[in-house]
Design a protein around this ligand. Structure first.
Ligand SMILES: NC(=O)c1ccc[n+]([C@@H]2O[C@H](COP(=O)([O-])OP(=O)(O)OC[C@H]3O[C@@H](n4cnc5c(N)ncnc54)[C@H](OP(=O)(O)O)[C@@H]3O)[C@@H](O)[C@H]2O)c1
Length: 350
């Protein structure tokens, strides 16, 4: 009987890119085809779910949301492999996944440890500079070879869910394997079911709603970025290492050190495009007022107002290179992405 691979977020930007990238890698594709793929989807009749069935014929769609905890726990208990690319911070569903996997481990004490691959984010590295200038000599690039959760404040983005995962990773009783992956800010049009990146989706909507091309604080902070196709190949590499039993490492950063993106010019560029489309009256960049930043709490300050700079030493040691990031820079891609998202946005309003 085939083992089950449970996938949360298979229709998303990262999740659906992973499927495209995995199909292109003959070795991984052959391994994954041995599993029964079960995907959690909110609506099995939606256009995205239908696309998913075309992308991965034979996929079993399970209707549910991240709040259907007993369903998630039950699916996890039946699974040898889980990939979560749905929501890095939804703690109840992460706990349900872990509980289910631990129960599986208890059910099969002499079997292989069930494997959980979790998509987290570089917000964990935030220096919480609140958008202020930080002297170059104090800017830190963190390598995944030295990464330790306890080096970062518990209030940093993703810290709390990642600590839950880490506690399960080191637990001796009912052991599971858990790998946490930290992509930088992902950009570029994806090849999967959801082509639009999170940043334009989030910021175009936010700028239009608030009427401000804003940043958290003055916007001098910068984020490491990575092209979506490179995120796809990074996950392919991590899955192969993990499934072939070669990944002893539990943390992988997936970004590119080359060109961290500064928040202020990012806001200015999007503001200019939205202004040209009559979607924003005043294109000039400003710090967001508290009324906006308060909606995102301290996590917003950590993720959007801090410096997030990572070095993917582990993936590089395995021969992975962010080749697409080198071919199409963030700044060359951004106008294409914003125009693409604006067209979708306008079409949805007519
Ligand atoms: N994109 C980035 O730049 C980036 C960088 C670092 C980390 N991450 C993390 O990676 C994860 C995925 O990011 P993404 O950009 O791929 O996001 P995305 O495009 O919004 O995809 C999210 C996926 O999760 C599903 N999903 C979301 N909420 C759900 C719910 N309540 N119930 C069931 N399914 C749900 C979505 O289903 P539908 O198709 O039904 O919407 C979709 O398949 C997030 O946790 C994000 O924080 C993203």
């Amino acid at each position: 009987m085939s083992s089950q691979f449970f996938f949360l977020g298979a229709t998303g930007y990262i999740g659906s890119q992973f499927l495209e990238s995995a199909k292109r890698d003959a070795a991984l594709y052959a391994i994954l085809k041995e599993f029964n793929l079960v995907a959690l989807v909110r609506d099995p009749e939606s256009a995205k779910s239908k696309q998913l069935q075309e992308v991965w014929p034979g996929v079993v769609l399970v209707k549910g949301t991240l709040d259907d905890l007993s369903l998630i726990e039950e699916q996890a208990r039946n699974s040898a492999l889980i990939f979560n690319a749905a929501n890095a911070d939804h703690e109840p569903s992460i706990k349900a996944i872990i509980t289910g996997l631990q129960k599986r481990s208890a059910d099969h004490p002499s079997g292989p440890k069930p494997l959980y691959i979790h998509t987290s984010g570089l917000g964990i590295l935030s220096d919480n500079s609140r958008g202020e200038k930080v002297p170059t000599e104090r800017l830190v690039y963190h390598s995944d070879t030295t990464f330790k959760l306890e080096d970062f404040p518990p209030t940093n983005p993703h810290h709390s869910p990642d600590s839950i995962i880490h506690a399960a990773r080191v637990q001796k009783e009912n052991p599971i394997r858990a790998i946490s992956v930290y992509p930088g800010a992902v950009y570029g049009l994806g090849e999967g079911i959801t082509p639009d990146a999170l940043l334009p989706r989030l910021f175009v909507s936010l700028y239009v709603q608030t009427g401000v091309a804003g940043t958290w604080g003055p916007g001098h902070n910068a984020l490491s970025v990575i092209h979506i196709k490179d995120v796809g190949t990074a996950f392919v590499k991590i899955f192969k290492l993990a499934l072939e039993g070669k990944a002893q490492d539990v943390y992988f950063i997936a970004d590119d050190k080359a060109e961290p993106v500064v928040a202020k010019p990012f806001a200015e560029e999007i503001g200019k495009i939205l202004h040209a489309h009559d979607l924003l009256k005043d294109p000039e960049h400003k710090p967001f007022p508290e009324a906006v930043t308060n909606n995102f709490g301290e996590i917003g300050w950590g993720a959007f107002g801090g410096n997030l700079r990572g070095i993917p030493d582990r993936l590089k040691a395995e021969g992975w290179e962010p080749t697409e990031t080198a071919k199409l820079s963030f700044w060359d891609s951004l106008p294409l992405e914003v125009e693409h998202f604006v067209a979708t946005y306008k079409a949805s309003r007519t």
